[in-house]
Design a protein around this ligand. Sequence first.
Ligand code: NAD
Ligand code: TYD
Length: 335
Amino acid sequence: MKLLVTGGAGFIGSNFIHYMLHHFPHYTVINLDNLTYAGNLMNLYPVQDYSNYRFVKADICDEQTVQRLFADGIDIVVHFAAESHVDRSIKQPEIFVQTNVVGTQVLLEAARMHGVKKFIQVSTDEVYGSLGPEGLFTEESPLAPNSPYSASKASADLMVRAYHETFGLPVNITRCSNNYGPYQFPEKLIPFMIAQALKNQPFPVYGDGLHIRDWLHVEDHCQALSLVIHQGKDGEIYNIGGQSERTSLEVVEKIASKMNRPASSIRYVADRPGHDRRYGIDASKIRNTLGWQPEYSFEKGLDATVDWYLNHIEWLESTRSTESGRFFAEHYGNL
Ligand code: NAD
Ligand code: TYD
């Protein structure tokens, strides 16, 4: 089995490559990534010399390169490559349309022309918009994205659906909640707060800090994706959630306490425009049809994650490029 993983140098993609090479050592994995600020080949050091792993540095929007790769024979595409940070999508929406929408269409076209057996679109619960205090997102919830990021992911999902309906491409769309774990770029809530704690810097909490996310450990996500690849019914959407809804404030307080930082380090800062209040996933479809359920409780997963960052300071250092440093400075100003 030959897998093409796009965005495999990013957070979830690299965890997924480790997961697949560990559980399916007879598979070949090709990692297509153009190494944006979020891509980091250090994530793949442990497997970089495996004979069944290959890295290709290219943009998913580059039709010629993508076509050439598919011509070599690809069985399964697992598509992670994306611009993935909501705050960046507010500042620079164009690149989100280019990578997330146009890039997905370039891959779909190549997958169709070369007859791949499965195309997995790794999407997000954010395409469903925001929930009130009650209820959960199901696969039938209407699409109502609120940020340029989630709108670009919803647009890509619709293109994936169209390639299934029109051309019969065997696809699945997965919509997961907020992931956390090793190798996550420290701009997302959990690794960002861990990095702040390590520098004795304050914790910027948006608005009132009562926005709710359903936290999913990345290993549980990878296991769900593996089930979808092998047993998912063509054309189906699967929601994947961690059954761990927490407010941002609860998450930050837990990190502060685990890292011995005082609660007074929390700073309430201006809210994100269009900030979704709550995400919550009904994962009963993947549980009932594919037998998946998360193994990590949030407390166990967060403990393991804080420990991982404490043991990988050199990895955190490697993410502090000039570009991301500038983004943080502009975004947060002087806390
Ligand atoms: P990430 O930002 O950590 O990694 C994205 C990767 O894609 C990087 O390695 C980057 O270099 C690569 N990339 C970006 N543009 C590219 C292009 N034009 N060509 C080739 N490669 C390109 O993202 P992540 O958090 O690992 O998310 C992976 C996927 O999962 C995304 O599609 C995202 O929308 C989705 N998702 C993420 C979360 C989450 O909590 N992180 C939740 C739901 C869905
Ligand atoms: P984030 O990790 O950016 O994921 P998403 O917005 O895609 O869900 O943010 C998670 C939550 O944490 C979200 O409600 C915004 C909040 N947040 C803060 O309060 N402060 C921060 O510095 C960051 C990065 C996020």
